[in-house]
Design a binder for this molecule. Structure first.
Ligand SMILES: [Zn+2]
Length: 348
């Protein structure tokens, strides 16, 4: 489908992105993920601590299941069952959570877990790999596989998201992918094929979408993090992220999205994300063009109210906390996009 016909309101935003694509997309890869303890004032790292998180099994279609965390922030997962066996999406943050995934599966089927797909390299999606059966084949994008290899770096990186509680990741052991892919891979489960895609860089370079075509369910990892959210530019590059989402929307007609974090949503969120990113690039680009420094750009490029829960909610309530998170995410995105425009060595 053409973006311009299905999402007419976004046509302007997409044009803005396209006009900025050349210098930015020439970079071979995104910059390293920003240190989560080094974000702008107001940025709150994602809360990934699994304590108290249960994985709620939701049947989306025959043989297609979401595992949705009962604790906001902690990772979601899921699985698809074919005649020959099971495919799992993400292994969670440690062996204990990986065991919860496998327990949920065994209450539904006794078929073997043939494949485990990691949607990105971060520890909350990969540190449970080692707890899956030896016969399970781990599948990941080649950039995800490359970044996963630095286990110690990731164990440090993730501490800011788990209250510096090293016990959460104490059992992490390296288990690298058996199968790597570049753009697309089809995995046959027997009578059912699951499609694996990389549409380009997003939250990470190797962001992977797992798609079950019959039910039109997509698992999106960190590329799309759930109902009511905005993207998080962990590795910068708003314009490339928007192109990636456009490719996603052009390629698949998604009904349901099970995000790596947050509440399940629909394919319509892709329009919200692209609109947000187009607007971000446009506004930060204008601020840089006007000679504004970073502090002024952060102060003046506020997040539009239509991306936020209402302001008049009780302090400390879940919507109020979500609002603070989104405002913090946006400030990090402004910082990263400002760097895209102003740090020459980041461009190539
Ligand atoms: Zn994640």
């Amino acid at each position: 489908m053409a973006i311009s016909s299905s999402l007419p309101a976004l046509a302007g935003a997409v044009v803005v992105v396209a006009s900025l694509a050349a210098p930015i997309s020439s970079a071979p890869e995104a910059r390293p993920a920003i240190d989560l303890t080094d974000g702008p004032e107001g940025f709150i790292p994602p809360r990934l601590h699994p304590e108290g998180a249960e994985l709620e099994t939701r049947e989306l279609a025959s043989g297609v299941y979401a595992l949705v965390s009962t604790k906001p922030g902690a990772d979601n997962s899921g699985f698809v069952i074919g005649e020959n066996g099971v495919l799992v999406i993400d292994s969670h943050i440690n062996g204990a959570m990986a065991a919860k995934i496998q327990t949920a599966i065994t209450t539904i089927t006794d078929k073997p877990i043939l494949y485990l797909v990691n949607t990105n390299y971060h520890g909350d999606h990969t540190f449970g790999n080692h707890a899956f059966p030896a016969a399970t084949l781990i599948v990941a994008h080649h950039e995800t596989a490359r970044k996963m290899a630095d286990l110690e770096h990731e164990k440090q990186f993730i501490l800011a998201t788990i209250n510096n509680d090293t016990s959460v990741v104490a059992d992490a052991r390296l288990r690298l992918p058996d199968i790597q892919f570049d753009r697309h891979l089809s995995l046959d489960l027997g009578g059912r094929t699951v499609e694996i895609y990389n549409f380009g860089p997003g939250n990470t370079v190797g962001d992977t979408v797992v798609y079950e075509p019959e039910s039109r369910v997509a698992w999106t990892g960190n590329l799309v993090v759930g109902e009511g959210t905005i993207p998080l530019l962990l590795e910068g590059r708003a314009a490339r992220y928007a192109h990636t989402l456009a490719r996603f929307a052009e390629t698949l007609s998604v009904a349901t999205i099970i995000p790596g974090h947050g509440r399940p949503t629909t394919g319509a969120i892709l329009g919200r994300y692209m609109g947000y990113l187009g607007d971000l690039v446009h506004r930060v680009g204008a601020a840089v063009g006007a000679g504004h420094d970073l502090d002024r750009t952060l102060a003046e490029t506020t997040l539009a109210e239509h991306y936020l829960p209402p302001a008049d909610v009780p302090a400390g309530s879940p919507p109020a906390r979500f609002r603070k998170f989104l405002i913090g995410f946006h400030r990090l995105n402004v910082l990263q996009t400002y760097r895209d425009f102003t740090v020459p060595e980041d461009r190539h």
